[in-house]
Every structure is written in structure tokens, then in C-alpha cells.
Design a protein around this ligand. Structure first.
Ligand code: DAH
Length: 344
């Protein structure tokens, strides 16, 4: 009985001090296997007097059960600790694999369109749109450019069929809007959009580009109103104080027609390498809406007058951002686009 108690105390003590599952296994073999210490105690039973045998057997059995139970608990405890340690070491550190999304930028052409929209919406203009696949009728006929007119040659286009083409200028939208007005005045709008011409692409030509048309029709609209509107426009894009000047020109849909220059945004008009010493930079065409164009749309030119202009978006962007090659707008080089990050 002494031995039983000793083995029990010693066993429980060892179990309580265990630190690894290997020790659990070693203990099981040393104490609880067929050749283990507990079994060894059982063997002593044969030397005991007969009446003590049952009691001894029972006590050794209890010892075996107690050690087994206690060892099992220890085993579970150590297994849990081991698993927790493994989980801890495998814990996913999401900051290591952080994904940095690439934030895009507004395209420089859109920056110019937005600047124009802000400027003219502020003056009470509405924004109009039209189809890029356009009828010859709106692109040419209504703009006073009949089939045999030489002005067509300058806008050689992509024809879908003999009466349909990719529009060559936003003037086609102007014609649609004049027709849509059904004589209700005043009209005050801008229409930005893509246009197409059969051009060979180089640093200053692109078969696809963008324009923004302006149109104002009402009572008493004059050429000086056009000048005022354009001066406001260049002021808001290139800086206050930028002036415009008119030179006589020709467009079939305006009379008189003007070519519009602005004072060089770099030297302010003194003359520099950007404006080639002239002090002015050519930016757009415009004029007073031709009386025939008004008439054909049911607007009496004796009562109403109007001005119109058409500006190239690429041209404004190239001047403003100092871009030398128009193709840069369309080749989508991410380095080029990213250089506009801080502007949008
Ligand atoms: N449509 C002309 C072009 O593409 C630009 C233009 C000039 C538009 C004068 C106008 C205008 O509305 O009045 O070259």
C-alpha cells in the first residue's frame, strides 16, 4: 500500500510538471503500459495473503484510473496549447500583402471639357449633345455646305454610306439644336464632342479629335458679345487678363467669320518662343450665324441674330499643358496620364 501511495504521488507530480506531448508518451510507457510501473504493482499481488488481494487489486486499479485520467487531461491541455501556438504562428498578417489600388486620373481632354462646361454653365449656357454617326444633312447641307462646295474637301471624312458619315465638326450639333429650337428664342448652348476626319496622323493631326461648339441666338446679339464670351472663356482657362483678337476669315455657316487669337499665356503678348514672337496664339474659329442658316431653321434673321464658335479641345490642352504631340492624348501611356494627377 505504501508503494501504491508513493507511485501515485510521484506520478501525479510528474504529470503536473509536464511540458510536452513527448513527456506524456514517455510517462504512459513508463507507468501505464503492460511493462509499466503500475502493472509492476499488480504483479506484487500474487505475493499477498489471499484476503488482502481484492483490496490491493482495487487500490491499484484506482491508481491506474487516476493516473490515466490525469494524464489524459494533461495531454488535452498540451495539445490545445500546441494548437494555439501553431495558430498564432500561422496568423495571416494582412498588412504584408496589402493591395494598393491604382487610382486613375481624369484625362487631360476631359479636364478641358470640364473647364469649358464650368465656364459656360456659369454664364447660363446649356450643354447639348449629338450623334457621332451623323447625317450628311446636318454635318454639311444645313451648315450651308452643299455637295459641290469646296469646304467639304477640307473635312474629308469616314462615310458609312452616301448619306451618313462620322461627323467632321460639332457644327452638326449646332444645326440640330437650331432645328430643335423651332424658333423659340433665345438659344444659348455649348456642345462638346468627338469629331472625325480622314487625316494622316502626325504630331498635330489626328483622325479623331474633340471640339466644343458655342451658339447664342437672340435679339440684338452682336460680334462684340462673341468677343466678350470668348474673352471670358480664355480668361477662365488661361488666366484672367488674357485678351482675344479677331482676324477676318471664312466659314460657310457664319457671316462675317473670324479667326480668333488669344494673347500668349506664357509672355502675355510681348512675344516669346511659344508664340514665335507674335504675342498671340490662334485658338479657334467663329462668327455671326449666317442669315441663311437661321432662315433654313425657321428663324427670321431680320429679328434675331446669333454668334457661333468652334474650338479644338486638343488645341486648348496642348497650349495649356505644353503638349507637343496630339497623339499623346490617344496612345494612353500611363506615364503621360499620371502627369495630370495633381490637376484633377
Ligand atoms: N466647324 C469649324 C471647323 O471645324 C469650326 C467653327 C468655325 C465652328 C466657326 C463654328 C464657327 O461654329 O462659327 O473648322
Amino acid at each position: 500500500m505504501e508503494d501504491v501511495k508513493k507511485l501515485k504521488d510521484e506520478g501525479l507530480m510528474k504529470i503536473s510538471e509536464m511540458k510536452s506531448l513527448e513527456e506524456v508518451e514517455e510517462f504512459r510507457i513508463a507507468y501505464l503500459s503492460k511493462k509499466g510501473l503500475v502493472q509492476g504493482l499488480m504483479m506484487q499481488m500474487k505475493d499477498l495473503p489471499k484476503e488482502e488481494k481484492p483490496k490491493f487489486g482495487q487500490v491499484v486499479n484506482e491508481l491506474k484510473q487516476e493516473l490515466t485520467k490525469s494524464l489524459e487531461e494533461k495531454k488535452q491541455e498540451l495539445e490545445e496549447a500546441k494548437m494555439n501556438a501553431e495558430l498564432q504562428s500561422e496568423k495571416l498578417d494582412i498588412t504584408l500583402d496589402e493591395y494598393t489600388p491604382h487610382i486613375g486620373t481624369k484625362h487631360p481632354l476631359n479636364l478641358i471639357v470640364e473647364a469649358l462646361e464650368d465656364c459656360f454653365v456659369g454664364l447660363g449656357y446649356k450643354i447639348a449633345e449629338g450623334p457621332e454617326v451623323e447625317l450628311d444633312y446636318y454635318n454639311f447641307e444645313k451648315a450651308n455646305i452643299p455637295a459641290d462646295h469646296p469646304a467639304r474637301d477640307m473635312q474629308d471624312s469616314f462615310y458609312i454610306n452616301p448619306t451618313t458619315l462620322l461627323r467632321t465638326h460639332t457644327t452638326a450639333i449646332q444645326m440640330r439644336e437650331l432645328e430643335k429650337s423651332e424658333g423659340k428664342m433665345p438659344i444659348k448652348l455649348i456642345c462638346p464632342g468627338k469629331v472625325y476626319r480622314r487625316d494622316n496622323d502626325d504630331a498635330t493631326h489626328s483622325h479623331q479629335f474633340m471640339q466644343c461648339e458655342g451658339l447664342v441666338v437672340g435679339k440684338g446679339v452682336t460680334l462684340s458679345d462673341l468677343k466678350g464670351a470668348l474673352e471670358f472663356m480664355v480668361g477662365s482657362i488661361f488666366g484672367e487678363g488674357t485678351k482675344v483678337r479677331f482676324r477676318p476669315s471664312y466659314f460657310p455657316f457664319t457671316e462675317p467669320s473670324v479667326e480668333v487669337d488669344m494673347t500668349c499665356h506664357v509672355c502675355g503678348g510681348k512675344g516669346c518662343s511659344v508664340c514665335k514672337g507674335i504675342g498671340y496664339i490662334e485658338i479657334l474659329g467663329g462668327g455671326m450665324v449666317h442669315p441663311d442658316v437661321l432662315r433654313i431653321n425657321g428663324i427670321d434673321p431680320e429679328i434675331y441674330t446669333g454668334f457661333a464658335f468652334g474650338v479644338g479641345i486638343e488645341r486648348l490642352a496642348m497650349i495649356k499643358y505644353g503638349i507637343k504631340d496630339i497623339r499623346d492624348f490617344y496612345t494612353n501611356d500611363i506615364r503621360f496620364l499620371n502627369s495630370f494627377k495633381r490637376l484633377d
